[in-house]
Design a protein around this ligand. Structure first.
Ligand code: NAD
Length: 355
C-alpha cells in the first residue's frame, strides 16, 4: 500500500521524537512491502519564525490532502509573548478544525513493565489496564453560548442527534477493532442532552450487534477508572466529561511520555500525536522519550490505514524493548539501562518483527 503522511515536527523535542518515529515507520514499510511518503509541514513556533503565522493555509492544505498527519508537539517560551491569535497553539486548533476531526481518542494502558510508575495499588494494576476513551471534540458545553450578566454566568450545553451519532459510530467502530465492549458515559439521570445521548447510542447499537454496549453515569465512571479500570475496553463520551476522564485515565498510567492519541473525523484521515507538549526543558538533549509518538504512529497504522498486523508489530516491539530493561530518563528505575531518544528508537526498530 502507498500512503502519504504529512509530518509536523514542530518545536522543542518535536523534531527528535518524530525523527525516531519515521525510522520506525520506514522499518514497517520495508518489512510489509508498503510505501510511506512524507511531506514536511511547518506548524507552531517554527512556522511563526518562518512565515509569521503558526499554520499558513499552504501548510494546512498539505495536511488536508494527506492520508494522515503525524505531529510531534508545538510551542515554547520563545513564542509566549506573540499575540494570542498568532500563538503556536492556534496552529493546532486551526489544524483540528481544518481537518474536521471531531473525535479524540486516547488510550490508557499500563505496560506491565512500568506497573510501579502507576499511582494505583499493585493489585489493581495487575488486573491489566488497557482501554481507550473516545471523546467528542467540537461540540457540547465548550462550544455552546457563554455569557455573564450581572452576577450570573451561563454556559450552554447542547448536542443534536447528528453530532451524537457521528461520535457514537467512532466509539462502536473503535470497539469493533478491539475487544468489542463499549461503555457510553453520560449523566442521563439529570441532563436532557445525556438522555438524548443514551437514546442515540442504543439506536446505533442495533447496527453493531457484535459490540456489547453498556451505560454508565459519569460520576460512577470517574470512580470506576481508579477502582476497577480493567473492566473497560472503549469508553465513549461527550466533550467535557471526556476532557476530565481522559486526564484522569492518563494519570493512572504513570508516564506522560508513553501516551499516544488520535483525532478522527468523517474520513479515515486522522491526526496522530503524543499527549505531551514540546518539553522545552529537555529539547535538543537527546533524552526525550519518543514512545508516545511511536505509539501514535501505531494508532495511525491501525485506525487510518487498516494495518492491524503492522500496528501490533510496533506495539510488540515497544513491549520487547521495555522487557529488555531499557528506559529513557522519564521512566528510569533501579536496575534498568538508561538510554537516550535516538538509542530508544534504534532499539525499538531492532525489535520490529513481521507477525
Ligand atoms: P510538556 O508536556 O511539554 O512537559 C511537561 C513535563 O513532562 C516536562 O518536564 C517535560 O520535560 C516532560 N515531558 C514531556 N514529554 C516528554 C517526553 N516525551 N519525554 C520525557 N519527558 C517529557 O508540558 P509543558 O511544559 O506544560 O508545555 C511545554 C510547551 O508545550 C508549552 O508551550 C505548551 O503550550 C506546549 N504544549 C503543546 C502541546 C501540543 O503540541 N499538542 C500539548 C501540550 C503543551
Amino acid at each position: 500500500m502507498v500512503k502519504n503522511i504529512a509530518v509536523i515536527r514542530g518545536d522543542g523535542i518535536g523534531p527528535e521524537i518524530v525523527n525516531e518515529t519515521l525510522k520506525v515507520l520506514d522499518k514497517v514499510a520495508e518489512l510489509y512491502g508498503h510505501t510511506f511518503n512524507y511531506t514536511d509541514v511547518d506548524m507552531g513556533g517554527c512556522a511563526i519564525d518562518k512565515y509569521g503565522d503558526p499554520l499558513p493555509e499552504s501548510e494546512l492544505k498539505k495536511c488536508v490532502q494527506s492520508d494522515s498527519v503525524l505531529l510531534g508537539a508545538v510551542g515554547g517560551n520563545k513564542w509566549n509573548d506573540v499575540p494570542g491569535n498568532m500563538r503556536p497553539e492556534k496552529g493546532l486548533l486551526r489544524l483540528r478544525a481544518g481537518m474536521g476531526v471531531y473525535s479524540n481518542n486516547r488510550p490508557a494502558k499500563i505496560w506491565p513493565q512500568l506497573a510501579d510508575a502507576s499511582p494505583l495499588k499493585k493489585s489493581i494494576v495487575e488486573q491489566g489496564i488497557d482501554f481507550i476513551i473516545v471523546r467528542e471534540l467540537i461540540g457540547g458545553i465548550y462550544f455552546g453560548e457563554h455569557k455573564t450578566e450581572g452576577d450570573t454566568a451561563t454556559d450552554v450545553l447542547k448536542y443534536n442527534e447528528t453530532e451524537i451519532e457521528r461520535i457514537g459510530r467512532i466509539g462502536f467502530e473503535t470497539a469493533q477493532k478491539r475487544n468489542k465492549k463499549l461503555c457510553s458515559v453520560e449523566k442521563s439521570n439529570v441532563l436532557d442532552s445525556s438522555r438524548l445521548w443514551k437514546k442515540i447510542m442504543h439506536k446505533l447499537a442495533e447496527e453493531y450487534p457484535d459490540v456489547e454496549l453498556s451505560d454508565m453515569l459519569v460520576d460512577n465512571c470517574a470512580m470506576q477508572i481508579v477502582k476497577n479500570p480493567a473492566q473497560f475496553d472503549v469508553i465513549v463520551t461527550e466533550n467535557m466529561f471526556g476532557d476530565i476522564l481522559s486526564d484522569e485515565a492518563s494519570m493512572i498510567t504513570g508516564s506522560i511520555g508513553m501516551i499516544p492519541s488520535s483525532s478522527l473525523g468523517a474520513s479515515s484521515r486522522g491526526l496522530y500525536e503524543p499527549i505531551h507538549g514540546s518539553a522545552p526543558d529537555i529539547a535538543g538533549k537527546d533524552i526525550a522519550n519518543p514512545i508516545g509518538t511511536i505509539l501514535s504512529a501505531a494508532m495511525m497504522l491501525r485506525f487510518s490505514f487498516d494495518m492491524p498486523n503492522e500496528a501490533d508489530a510496533v506495539e510488540n516491539a515497544v513491549s520487547a524493548y521495555l522487557d529488555a530493561g531499557y528506559r529513557t530518563a522519564d521512566i528510569m528505575s533501579e536496575g534498568m539501562t538508561r538510554v537516550g531518544c535516538k538509542q530508544c528508537g534504534a532499539l525499538i526498530i531492532e525489535n520490529i518483527r513481521k507477525g
